[in-house]
Design a protein around this ligand. Structure first.
Ligand code: GLN
Length: 400
């Protein structure tokens, strides 16, 4: 008889710190707190998309879609992937629509990993990947991204691959660092995947947020990778509908049939009317994506000098919508202490850096801010952050 009522597996990881910060800001500052912790927009989703979802409900698209995704949505995904990546995919056999990219990742891991397999993960990493590995019985092998530019040391990466390696998680553009992996880096990763017969689990949810002339490259498009990549994406970030929970996994028919089985028994399927709206999103014109990228660049360019003036040292992101910052100048005991005081005393939520590391000490002088917010919200955040130096007793900025 066990002494606890819960599984050892569920006890082997903690609650999401990102979601906890969202709860804390609402608790301490229900009226005027600003949540720059969990990455979701505070602005409206595209009207056309909302109309399409409402119309689908009124048209009674209210019963289960096909478990692996509504045909018109899968056709749309295939067409968009051809348009942006030049990649031909068979919507009948190579796409699984899931409840968010989150479910696509865990379904892929449960479908493709065996207990004892190792999974290479770049660190810092989006916190879900750790529990994803644990839930699928695999062991993560962390490889550092080196600040300030989050570079990869090829020797460190190569030595993480062994005969036990089954997969690498590759998130580009990257959460939390904003790194956009270059074609050269991806080619090197691809060569290791082929040498060790490993799969790339490529989370590309931020594909349309790249700045400074960087280019998003899908590892599936590199020679030899089409058959050994699961490309994960979704509506949440690109179309500002994080609450819809609609994502998808693209993979070869062999991998897809395993992913579809796991997905079916986990969730049966993603919301049918929202998939119908997704089909509309997939045919948005080029100008939608150009505007999206420009608006995120504007937000990034606004928030970086604000963070600098507040005494933080931001690492400028080249993609996605987060900024990691070094907080060493505040001489805080930890990132958690900094984040707690920022919530309580300033009224802004950020994510303690340690949540993105396997060993807390590695991230205890970093925090992450998310900037998918209206400029007006970011301006309010800037006003609050003006009090940060005083509140945290950092000497005034010494001007050169
Ligand atoms: N991806 C977002 C983040 O990193 C939201 C995570 C979540 O809560 N699902 O903040």
């Amino acid at each position: 008889m066990t002494t606890t009522q819960v599984s050892a597996r569920s006890e082997s990881f903690t609650e999401s710190v990102i979601r906890e910060m969202t709860r804390l800001i609402a608790l301490y500052h229900p009226d005027d707190g600003i949540n720059l912790a969990q990455g979701f927009p505070d602005f409206a989703a595209p009207q056309e998309l909302k109309d399409a979802a409402c119309a689908a409900i009124q048209d009674d698209v209210n019963q289960y879609a096909i478990t692996w995704g509504a045909k018109n949505f899968r056709d749309g995904i295939a067409a968009k992937t051809r348009r942006f990546q030049g990649m031909e995919i068979d919507p009948e056999r190579e796409i699984t629509v899931c409840c968010g990219a989150t479910e696509a990742m865990i379904s892929a891991m449960l479908a493709l990993l065996n207990p004892g397999d190792e999974v290479v993960i770049f660190e810092p990493f989006y916190e879900n990947y750790g529990p994803d590995c644990i839930l699928s019985g695999a062991t993560p092998r962390f490889v550092p991204l080196h600040a300030p530019d989050w570079s990869v040391d090829r020797d460190e990466l190569a030595s993480a691959f062994t005969s036990k390696t089954r997969a690498i998680v590759l998130n580009t553009p990257n959460n939390p660092t904003g790194k956009v992996f270059t074609r050269e880096e991806l080619t090197f990763i691809a060569s290791l995947c082929m040498e060790w017969n490993a799969i790339a689990l490529a989370d590309e949810i931020y594909e349309h947020m790249v700045f400074d002339g960087e280019q998003h490259v899908s590892i599936a498009t590199l020679d030899g990778m089409r058959e050994r990549t699961v490309t994960i994406n979704g509506l949440s970030k690109t179309y500002s509908v994080t609450g819809w929970r609609v994502g998808y996994a693209i993979a070869s028919p062999v991998l897809t049939s395993a992913i579809r089985k796991v997905h079916d028994f986990l969730t049966v399927g993603a919301a049918a009317p929202l998939q119908a709206a997704g089909a509309v999103a997939m045919s948005f014109p080029e100008s939608y994506y150009t505007r999206l990228e420009a608006s995120y660049r504007e937000r990034r360019d606004f928030i970086i000098p604000v963070l600098e003036a507040s005494g933080l040292r931001p690492f400028v992101p080249r993609g996605a919508y987060y900024v990691m910052c070094d907080i060493a100048d505040f001489e805080m005991s930890s990132d958690v202490e900094f984040a707690r005081r920022l919530v309580e005393e300033i009224g802004i939520a950020c994510v303690p850096g340690s949540s993105f590391y396997s060993v807390a000490a590695r991230g205890d002088q970093q925090v992450r801010f998310a900037f998918p917010k209206r400029l007006e919200t970011l301006e309010r955040a800037a006003a609050k952050l003006m009090g940060l130096r005083d509140a945290m007793r950092l000497p005034a900025q010494v001007l050169p």
